[in-house]
Design a protein around this ligand. Structure first.
Ligand SMILES: *[C@@H]1O[C@H](CO)[C@@H](O)[C@H](O)[C@H]1NC(C)=O
Ligand SMILES: *[C@@H]1O[C@H](CO)[C@@H](O)[C@H](O)[C@H]1NC(C)=O
Ligand SMILES: *[C@@H]1O[C@H](CO)[C@@H](O)[C@H](O)[C@H]1NC(C)=O
Ligand SMILES: *[C@@H]1O[C@H](CO)[C@@H](O)[C@H](O)[C@H]1NC(C)=O
Ligand SMILES: *[C@@H]1O[C@H](CO)[C@@H](O)[C@H](O)[C@H]1NC(C)=O
Ligand SMILES: *[C@@H]1O[C@H](CO)[C@@H](O)[C@H](O)[C@H]1NC(C)=O
Ligand SMILES: *[C@@H]1O[C@H](CO)[C@@H](O)[C@H](O)[C@H]1NC(C)=O
Ligand SMILES: *[C@@H]1O[C@H](CO)[C@@H](O)[C@H](O)[C@H]1NC(C)=O
Ligand SMILES: *[C@@H]1O[C@H](CO)[C@@H](O)[C@H](O)[C@H]1NC(C)=O
Ligand SMILES: *[C@@H]1O[C@H](CO)[C@@H](O)[C@H](O)[C@H]1NC(C)=O
Length: 485
């Protein structure tokens, strides 16, 4: 545990100066990683206790001229890794994959027999954790950029009804902003250790009261605390051209949570424009902890092309028959109500705009729109439970999941006086927050597949959100994209 944290600190101190402008794409060879930083003794994570040689398959690409591949902001480069080196300067044996053509590098634990830093003098310093990891599905129907920082999705490209790729998630072009931005929107990361809000920043396990940071309005804990998973540097523990696994060691006592936890997020880009996500957490000591993870992706399925609002998007949640009532601070009151005859009824498809006028104050005292947890009494694992369509682009998202609730936040307050987020260039931005160049209120929607929010403080709901080493946490979802006429 400490060795990992000190490694991360070391890496940041050593390499942050070069953390810019990176691109990394690997080809179809699987890179099987054996870490020397043991994940945990009891963990069943794939990359765990192995030491010794690893089976790095260092790839060179057979792709056509990479500069002719549209999509990624930086024009994408299908990697030709000239160097795979064992970086003797690192605290642990770090593999450094360096792309000589784009000045890129990835690091992760492991050793590579017979290769030394000296054999690859051209390799630049790795820029972990702000490396861009650019992946695509085997059929090239979906492309994405992920970062070890927060296990974040930074770009996600799918084709619109004209076959033109659009980047349909919000994010920063300047990747270090993920670590420094004062708005702190949780832009596309895995959120944890406990997603959404914890009332009063307190919860009780076996009669003992635990306190977590009051990082929202000095009133409640939001998304795991002051330094939640979104502000944490993950390790890459598996990587292929279409998938990546990020792993985080979350120490006992971190942000006030009891128990040492190892959490991971695996992102897989599959054919037919499918983004599959698998999240897992394992408690590695004898303590018990609340765990609730989610993907906190901001969507605009028009990609700010033809429409700047998300309120025109058509929403369909066929099984969301109830919602969790909240107070002016968005803290659950304990009551779960029927959506019937309320602006929370999306059991038939309708645009957000249809009932937007009825939502004044429902997502907080001065808020308009939704920041609400929808509950599915009769959830089905293999049926889409959330669908979102942009009339402007024709892009349709369909989500299947093992989770039974859906938090929907329509970006009220994402921009406020003096605190705005620059749009990406792919969204018409120019690096400033000048008028028309920032992400405006209600121009995006966050959709979090998860469990009932603050279930740990509402035991009468009967949700068991406490995990221990005998009860691992799992989260699964598939995001499929198609188009409508
Ligand atoms: C990206 O990095 C290259 C090489 O270091 C540099 O020449 C270029 O100006 C950088 N581009 C941006 C947008 O920072
Ligand atoms: C991307 O590549 C195309 C050629 O395929 C070129 O016309 C365009 O200027 C490039 N864009 C950037 C931002 O480098
Ligand atoms: C890396 O690029 C430099 C030029 O930028 C070249 O001289 C060197 O041979 C390249 N190294 C490898 C291993 O391809
Ligand atoms: C907007 O989308 C249309 C249709 O796909 C495309 O032709 C156009 O190039 C896009 N505009 C921008 C600025 O990306
Ligand atoms: C990126 O953002 C960092 C702060 O996170 C800033 O120091 C740096 O100058 C920015 N880089 C560019 C190229 O704008
Ligand atoms: C709220 O938190 C405070 C300080 O952490 C604590 O003293 C108090 O008991 C908590 N109240 C409830 C109702 O849990
Ligand atoms: C790495 O990911 C690939 C693709 O998802 C998978 O087939 C492989 O089993 C994974 N390897 C490990 C060690 O987890
Ligand atoms: C894509 O989806 C279609 C229709 O659902 C299916 O017939 C086809 O086999 C899928 N293709 C791939 C490559 O998975
Ligand atoms: C909502 O209210 C605004 C301002 O009163 C009005 O312009 C708009 O047409 C209304 N929208 C709907 C769908 O009723
Ligand atoms: C966005 O919403 C916030 C909170 O409701 C509000 O303070 C701010 O003025 C709004 N921004 C704009 C540009 O209307």
């Amino acid at each position: 545990m400490h060795s990992l944290l000190s490694y991360v600190t070391f890496a940041l101190l050593t390499w942050s100066a070069t953390a810019q402008n990176t691109t990394t794409v690997v080809d179809s060879s699987t890179v099987a990683v054996s870490t020397t930083t043991a994940v945990s003794e009891s963990s069943t994570l794939d990359a765990s206790t192995t030491t010794g040689t690893s089976t790095f398959a260092v790839s060179s690409s057979s792709a056509t001229n990479p500069l002719q591949t549209p999509g990624f902001v930086n024009n994408g480069t299908v990697g030709a890794y000239a160097c795979a080196i064992s970086d003797a300067t690192a605290a642990t044996n770090q593999i450094v994959l360096a792309d000589n053509s784009t000045n890129d590098a990835i690091t992760f634990g492991g050793t590579l027999t017979g290769t030394t830093l000296a054999s690859c003098p051209e390799a630049l310093q790795p820029t972990y954790p702000f490396n861009s990891i650019n992946l695509r599905s085997p059929d090239d129907s979906i492309r994405a950029t992920f970062l070890p920082y927060g296990a974040s999705v930074s770009e996600l490209w799918v084709q619109d009804r004209d076959g033109v790729f659009r980047d349909i998630v919000l994010g920063f072009d300047n990747k270090t902003n993920y670590g420094t931005d004062v708005v702190h929107p949780n832009f596309g990361p895995q959120v944890g250790r406990y997603a959404n809000r914890i009332k009063n920043g307190t919860f009780t396990i076996d009669g003992k009261i635990y306190h977590t940071p009051l990082n929202e309005n000095n009133h409640d804990t939001l998304h795991g605390g002051t330094v939640g998973y979104d502000r944490s540097a993950y390790q890459i523990t598996n990587l292929t051209s279409s998938s990546v696994t990020f792993t985080l060691h979350d120490a006992d006592g971190n942000q006030g949570f009891p128990g040492s936890v190892v959490s991971s997020a695996t992102y897989i880009l599959e054919n037919n424009a499918t983004w599959r996500i698998e999240m897992d957490s394992y408690v590695t000591d004898n303590k018990k902890s609340p765990i609730m993870l989610s993907s906190h992706t901001y969507w605009n399925l028009a990609a700010y092309n033809g429409s700047d609002t998300v309120l025109d998007h058509i929403v369909y949640m066929p099984r969301a028959d109830k919602y969790i009532k909240t107070d002016q601070f968005l803290i659950p009151t304990g009551e779960i109500a029927s959506v019937k005859d309320t602006p929370f009824d999306f059991q038939t498809p309708r645009p957000f705009s249809e009932r937007f006028n009825e939502t004044v104050g429902v997502c907080g005292a001065t808020c308009q729109g939704w920041d609400s947890c929808f509950v599915m009494s009769k959830h089905k694992r293999d049926e889409p439970v959330f669908e979102l369509t942009s009339p402007a682009s024709g892009i349709k998202l369909s989500v299947t999941t093992d989770q039974v609730a859906i938090q929907v936040y329509t970006c009220d307050g994402i921009s406020s006086a003096g605190k705005s987020l620059p749009r990406k260039r792919a969204h018409g931005g120019d690096g400033t927050t000048n008028p028309g160049k920032f992400y405006d209120n209600h121009s995006c929607v966050v959709v979090e597949m998860e469990d009932y929010i603050d279930g740990i403080n509402n035991p009468h709901w009967g949700r068991n959100q406490i995990y221990d080493k005998h009860r691992p946490y799992h989260w699964r979802a598939e995001y499929k994209f198609s188009t409508v006429a």
